[in-house]
Write a protein that binds this ligand. Structure first.
Ligand code: GRF
Length: 216
């Protein structure tokens, strides 16, 4: 059983999808702790409803951002966490945490990286007028949404989409590919060489890109 630590700042629907995948037996893992920087995060409620401890840790309680991320890393290590999951954690993770969990931190981004990194990936896609966007699960490095890509889902963008309508369509795929990426890690099927993540799955070419059904 792979021990996960989830970092989230808000709604927590990806946390929910992960907990649900664990419950059904799809994902051989356990969530050991939720760490949040937001005492009002709905994710706290979701964690507690599932018997998972929620710890509020805020940068303002620490002398520096590096000290904050060292403390977060310590908390995660103390609980035996093996893989860190960023699920709507609205901060750029700093070196002390990245070094403590090198290539053992995943993030999900609501666009096809390297397009539209940073905040509001869905709004950026709508404003740009692309016809296909999607979501990306990647390992976290020092940059903003720049780490090696693990899996992506392509999602169509309609001409009359709003940020909200596209976000909803993409979110369904987030909830599908995040548990899948974690499962691949748990099964030891991911290896990283430079920027390239090798997926050791029987039909890698079929699973590495998840396309929406026609007509979606
Ligand atoms: C998701 O859109 C995710 O891609 C982005 O932040 C959002 C978090 O949503 N990183 P939730 O808190 O998991 O519902």
């Amino acid at each position: 059983m792979l021990k996960l630590g989830v970092l989230a700042s808000g709604r927590g629907s990806n946390l929910q999808a992960i907990m649900d995948s664990i419950k059904t037996g799809y994902l051989p893992a356990s969530v050991e702790v939720l760490v949040t920087d937001n005492p009002g995060a709905y994710a706290i409620r979701r964690a507690e409803d599932n018997g998972i401890p929620a710890v509020v840790m805020q940068p303002s309680d620490h002398p520096s951002h590096d000290a904050y991320y060292s403390a977060v890393a310590e908390e995660l290590k103390r609980r035996g966490v093996e893989l860190v999951i960023l699920a709507g954690f609205m901060r750029i993770v700093r070196k002390p945490l990245i070094d403590a969990f090198r290539m053992r931190i995943m993030n999900i981004h609501p666009a096809l990286l390297p397009s539209f990194p940073g905040l509001h990936g869905q709004r950026q896609a709508v404003d740009y007028g692309v016809k296909i966007s999607g979501c990306t699960v990647h390992f976290v490095d020092e940059g903003m949404d720049t780490g090696p890509v693990i899996i992506q889902a392509a999602v169509p963008v309609h001409h009359d989409d709003t940020e909200e309508s596209l976000s909803q369509r993409i979110l369904k795929y987030e909830h599908r590919i995040y548990p899948y990426a974690i499962r691949l890690f748990a099964e030891g099927r991911l290896s990283v060489e430079g920027r390239i993540v090798k997926v050791d799955a029987p039909a890698e070419r079929d699973v590495a890109v998840v396309n929406p059904p026609l007509g979606d």
